[in-house]
Design a protein around this ligand. Structure first.
Ligand code: GLC
Ligand code: CA
Length: 550
């Protein structure tokens, strides 16, 4: 049975940075409503909103203090209902971010749990006695330091895999699980289109054994959740799973398992990080490795019994055009190449706000300019440990999360049209050139390419369902075919900033999309830096002999 989300393109909104409607410098729900025409024009089917629930904002909403209320800085529940309805009128669904690995330390559940060991909520979180006067073990927080924080009132440590203001929930407690499912049903009954499940592969953890991701009961919990909540609705679910292999992704997404629609896996997105080191220690991208990992996820996951999410960006990752493209001379061309390469793959593509404009990273010069808790904590920890401040600032400029969080660039005007006030994070100065208004007026913009790619997926079943096959190429080039009902498309992308050669065995029928004047013959070809194109081809038999073993 086919599902709507297999044919969909999802757009991620980081509400804080999308559109401010009241001049307080923070994006909000009325702001999103005012931009629905833009999103409809782009053609997307669903909007994933990063969290808008009530929150102290220590991790910009990923620390929730009330799951069933909208934070006043984003608007009201009435605004949320208006957004759901206004989006629906445009055939767009709203996907909520579900953060249930942890809550805020300001959540009434945690407040009660921390007050007394006898409180019924105590066991909803994870408490341990000190061992020899300190932390029970050496588990580390993703946001630096120990994952255990001391709670003096009751003389125990609690677990927090992220900030100390984000205590982990104890999924082993069945009463807690039911409370979460009730809350999820509250949102499903509001008519949402699904959930993005934040760090969901951590909920089955066994902290005493040092196991965080992919713990022993993870899949039991997800099956239980599915049956108790979204399994009864025609919605999509996408789990954030940093450590998924194709086999694990299959387990999550095989419809017969009744877990999730698909997962975000990060194998490709970690290729420029030095294995075994923190995310701040990077190395140049190996293009051949990128190609191989993308191909691996196309061939090792069985798409007839599972599904994949496709993305370059989100609110935690640096901007892709700055990271693996060229945000200078070849900005437009390389942004289009990355878009074409990704959107022709099998799976559900996600576009992160501003990616469709080719928005770039936003370098800073001083740590005081950084808002993100992860970058700030890492800077403090590493500098205290002797790392040169300049080294950490360079790492933050490469990998820091604020790069993706600067305000959406709507116009060339003041504050890029994002706010009438002072934005919570400065607007990138390049909004004078890079902005939605300019892109809409330019037929050759990155935006125009994204619009075409979304339309191709909606009008050509081949893009959704076609079988994938990789072709042999030189290391800097990725080429593959998609074949459906006797028709074959060839996708070729030069991943590098230098010319590369490409030899195609097939005959060109028609170019479907490209980022430069498309080639007219497909025999032996010199690809320009970052050149990419998609062409319908004939000569299938020839093509087969050139397919790589996978
Ligand atoms: C996920 C979110 C990230 C957040 C973390 C803790 O990775 O995407 O933004 O900081 O979980 O909730
Ligand atoms: Ca606002």
């Amino acid at each position: 049975m086919t599902q709507w989300w297999q044919q969909a393109v999802v757009y991620q909104i980081y509400p804080r940075s999308f559109q401010d409607s009241n001049g307080d410098g923070i994006g909000d729900l009325p702001g999103i409503i005012s931009r629905l025409d833009y999103l409809q024009d782009l053609g997307v089917d669903a909007l994933w909103l990063s969290p808008v629930y009530r929150s102290p904002g220590v991790d910009n909403g990923y620390d929730i203090s009330d799951y069933e209320a909208i934070d006043p800085q984003f608007g009201t529940m009435a605004d949320m209902r208006r957004l759901i309805q206004a989006a629906k009128a445009r055939h767009i669904k709203i996907v909520m971010d579900l953060v249930v690995n942890h809550t805020s330390d300001q959540h009434p559940w945690f407040q009660a749990a921390a007050r007394s060991r006898a409180d019924p909520h105590r066991d909803w979180y994870i408490w341990r006695d000190p061992v020899d006067g300190h932390e029970p073990n050496d588990l580390r927080s993703t946001f630096s330091g120990s994952a255990w924080a001391w709670s003096a009132a009751t003389g125990q440590y609690y677990l927090h895999l992220f900030g100390r203001q984000q205590p982990d929930l104890n999924w082993a407690n069945p009463v807690l699980r039911q409370a979460i499912y009730r809350m999820m049903n509250f949102w499903l009954d509001e008519g949402i289109g699904g959930f993005r499940l934040d760090v969901i592969d951590l909920i089955g953890k066994d902290p005493d054994a040092g196991i965080t991701a992919n713990g022993p009961h993870l899949h039991d919990y997800l099956r239980e959740m599915n049956a108790a909540t979204f399994g009864r609705f025609p919605v999509m679910t996408v789990g954030e799973t940093w450590g998924a292999t194709p086999a694990i992704a299959q387990q999550f997404s095989d419809p017969a398992h009744h877990e999730l629609s698909m997962v975000f896996q990060f194998e490709a997105m970690q290729l420029d990080q030095v294995p075994g080191q923190s995310k701040w220690v990077t190395r140049p991208l190996d293009h051949q490795a990128l190609r191989d990992v993308l191909c691996k996820w196309q061939t090792e996951l069985d798409y007839h019994h599972g599904w994949n999410a496709l993305f370059w960006n989100n609110h935690d990752l640096p901007r892709i055009v700055s990271r693996w493209g060229d945000d200078g001379r070849y900005r437009v061309r390389s942004a289009k190449m990355l878009a074409i390469l990704l959107h022709l793959l099998r799976g559900t593509p996600y576009i992160y706000q501003g990616e469709e404009l080719g928005m770039t990273n936003a370098p800073i010069e001083r740590i005081e300019q950084v808002q993100d808790i992860e970058s700030r904590n890492a800077y403090a920890e590493q500098v205290a440990a002797g790392v040169a401040p300049a080294t950490m600032l360079a790492a933050i400029n490469r990998m820091g999360r604020d790069n993706a969080r600067t305000p959406m660039q709507w116009t060339a005007g003041p504050q890029a049209g994002f706010t009438a006030g002072t934005p919570w994070l400065p607007v990138n100065a390049n909004h004078r050139q890079i902005n939605a208004a300019a892109a809409q007026a330019d037929q050759d913009s990155v935006l125009a390419t994204y619009r075409q790619l979304v339309a191709l997926r909606h009008t050509h079943p081949l893009v959704v369902w076609g079988e994938f096959a990789p072709l042999t190429t030189v290391p800097g080039v990725m080429a593959y075919t998609r074949t459906y009902q006797g028709e074959t498309w060839l996708i070729v992308a030069n991943l590098t900033g230098t010319a590369q050669s490409f030899t195609s065995p097939a005959h060109l029928d028609a170019v479907i999309i490209s980022n430069m004047t498309a080639p007219t013959t497909l025999s032996s070809l010199q690809l320009a830096p970052y050149q990419a194109f998609v062409a319908k081809v004939t000569g299938e038999r020839d093509l087969n002999t050139h397919r790589r073993e996978s």
